[in-house]
Ligand binder design. Sequence first.
Ligand code: ZN
Ligand code: ZN
Length: 119
Amino acid sequence: MRTFEHFPNKQKCPICKTNEDKTCVLVGIEGTQEGFNVQAQPFHLECLDLTWFKDNNIIAMKWLEEKADKKEVKLFCVDCKTELEPFDDDTGKETPRCQECHDKMVEASDIEENVKTNG
Ligand SMILES: [Zn+2]
Ligand SMILES: [Zn+2]
């Protein structure tokens, strides 16, 4: 396999998602063959960790994509179960409530408080 000293700076290594200028190899992209030509993707040599599937004559590697998008945790109001907009600031609320139920709860606890103090 031919190695290249420089990584093409307009492309990104699909594994590390960078174009760090390190030794790379070109890997043909399956399904892009046209005659003797094939599209190729540069990978950093050191990012590759290949496995040989002896029985099938395949050399392959699987890597896990790290989801770049923020964790999409769906929040539901603990009282009425409507889906809530994710909180920007105070994440990790144990008892998320919609505004409506929150107001009700505050009202209720206010009443409780009044009952306690007055009663
Ligand atoms: Zn890489
Ligand atoms: Zn609610």
